[in-house]
Every structure is written in structure tokens, then in C-alpha cells.
Design a protein. Sequence first.
Length: 101
Amino acid sequence: MHVTLVHVYVKPEHIEDFIRATQQNHEGAIHEPGNVRFDVLQSPDDATRFVLYEAYLTPGAAAAHKQMPHYLQWRERVAPWMAKPREGVNYHGLLPVLNPE
């Protein structure tokens, strides 16, 4: 499994805008082939900090996500709302063991 944790810092005045836009990206992502999870997390200590947990069966499925219209719209829409550029960190998902179909 291919997992990316995307760390996002949002300007305080755009928190609700970011959540709405990210919900649309989430709804598109969970229907993509190869998507296992797409979770949106917000820090309880700092409402401007978010983590997107993106899990795909393969690196190819994760790369395809970045070509999807809902992702491209999200990326363009939220960019001016970020306090600093988002940071994606890739991981190999070891457990649970999932087999690509």
C-alpha cells in the first residue's frame, strides 16, 4: 500500500473555506480506482493545522489521483489559503496487508 501524509497549514481566515474545498476533493478521491482511504484530520491544538491521510493500493493509483479533476481544482483553489506550502511525506503501508486487484 502507498500512503502519503500531507501536512497543510491554513491561514486562520480560510479554515472553513479549506474544509469545504477539501471535502469535495475527499469525496472524489474515495471513488478513485485503487483508493483505500482518504482521511482529513485537523489538529485539536491548532485549528490551522491539517493532515491528509491518503492511502492507495499502488504508487500508480496515488499518482493517478494527482491527475484527477477534483484534485487539480482543489490544488488551485486552496493554494492561496495556505500559510506555507503543503508537505507530502510518502510511506509504505505495511499493515494491514492489502493486495492490489
